[in-house]
Design a protein around this ligand. Structure first.
Ligand SMILES: Cc1cc2nc3c(=O)[nH]c(=O)nc-3n(C[C@H](O)[C@H](O)[C@H](O)COP(=O)(O)OP(=O)(O)OC[C@H]3O[C@@H](n4cnc5c(N)ncnc54)[C@H](O)[C@@H]3O)c2cc1C
Length: 138
């Protein structure tokens, strides 16, 4: 039997478990792309701490009454991708055992974990703090 036949047999009986952390554009695009490309060979779980995806570029127009940010319920998005939605924050990951631990929920075993948790903006002061010296312009 060729190695390709073995892989096919395993994949057909036992879907590859993918946990996607993050309900933003990256998380949802990953979920939909995986379902489209891998079909029934993957079992998908979406984990995000809120109920909705908000299309943020349009959010800047709302204060001016120009438009409203588009919102999509995450459980609907997950259902469209035939995925399970877990409304929680992933608090810990055991990479050796491949287990992601959402807050107040049961541990999730995975074969692949996608971290699409975005970035956090940090404001940095341009004024040097006391006791430090500003860099000298060259
Ligand atoms: C006001 C505004 C206007 C913007 N306009 C534009 C624009 O015009 N064009 C453009 O290209 N970009 C724009 N952006 C940037 C764009 O919104 C971001 O690049 C995009 O949202 C990044 O998507 P993301 O999925 O990587 O992260 P995010 O959208 O930040 O999503 C991260 C997700 O991860 C979840 N998460 C975080 N930690 C955990 C955890 N531990 N466990 C589980 N889930 C977790 C969050 O709750 C969230 O659902 C704008 C951003 C803002 C704020």
């Amino acid at each position: 039997m060729s190695s390709e036949a073995v892989v096919t047999t395993v994949a057909a009986s036992d879907p590859f478990r993918v946990v996607v952390a993050g309900g933003g554009a990256a998380g949802l695009e990953t979920l939909l792309a995986l379902r489209t490309l891998a079909g029934e060979r993957v079992a998908l779980t979406l984990v995000a701490p809120h109920d909705e995806f908000v299309y943020r570029p349009l959010a800047v127009e709302a204060p001016f009454g120009v438009g409203r940010a588009r919102r999509v319920a995450l459980d609907d998005a997950a259902r469209d991708a035939d995925a399970t939605f877990v409304p929680a924050t992933i608090e810990a990951v055991d990479t050796a055992r491949r287990i992601a631990q959402p807050a107040a929920s049961h541990p999730l075993e995975y074969d692949a974990l996608v971290l699409a948790v975005g970035a956090r903006a940090v404001l940095r002061s341009r004024t040097p703090s006391r006791g430090t010296t500003a860099p000298t312009p060259k």
